[in-house]
Design a protein around this ligand. Structure first.
Ligand code: ZN
Ligand code: ZN
Length: 189
């Protein structure tokens, strides 16, 4: 039995949270961890009870959607709301945080930022992190843990198979390929 590494586990959690995002511009997830325990999580979305970008379109000012609270902020605010200490914690984010979130992360006493995707990594943010002795590390998510675009992938494969049906592929080969495809994709259906 192969156990999943901690950093992959927490990063996968952030990617799962990102699926809850309501903003159509970018889906971000953040997980705050202390002593190998998840203490909070967030994704970018509207204020509770507010309208969602996914339903009403984004509210864009100066190229930014102002309707949503960022994932990192939501995770930090969850700690504030429920009185959970963030000092010395770590945060796992799907995307490198924006400058505002970077400042909030530092001020909340978070000591390590793990990110999966670079996203306009602001040089000033990196400077602030280094001044505050906050470690910043890239963690690539093992994509086999969370199948991203799984529906698109299975649709693509079934399209390829239907194309093959029209070509000179033997019945046996085709059936075998179809079986292989269904065993690969049925797991997550
Ligand atoms: Zn939006
Ligand atoms: Zn942000």
């Amino acid at each position: 039995m192969k156990r999943i590494a901690w950093d992959q586990y927490f990063m996968a959690q952030s990617h799962l949270l990102a699926f809850r995002s309501t903003c159509t511009r970018l889906a971000v997830g953040a997980t705050i961890v202390r002593d190998k325990r998840i203490i909070a999580g967030g994704y970018n979305g509207s204020i509770s009870g507010g309208v969602h970008c996914a339903d009403e379109g984004c509210y864009v000012i100066d190229g930014h959607c102002v309707r949503t609270i960022h994932a990192e902020m939501n995770a930090l605010l969850q700690c504030a709301k429920f009185g959970v200490k963030t000092e010395g914690a770590e945060i796992y984010v799907t995307h490198f945080p924006c400058l505002h979130c970077c400042k909030a992360i530092i001020q909340a006493g978070i000591k390590t930022v793990y990110y999966a995707n670079s996203y306009k990594n602001h040089p000033y943010a990196l400077e602030l992190f280094s001044q505050a002795n906050v470690k910043v590390e890239e963690v690539m998510l093992d994509e086999s843990l969370i199948e991203i675009n799984s529906k698109e992938k299975s649709e693509f494969v079934s399209h390829l198979l239907s194309m093959l049906e029209e070509k000179e592929v033997s019945r046996e080969e085709l059936v075998s390929l179809q079986e292989q495809a269904s065993s690969l994709f049925s797991i997550r259906k």
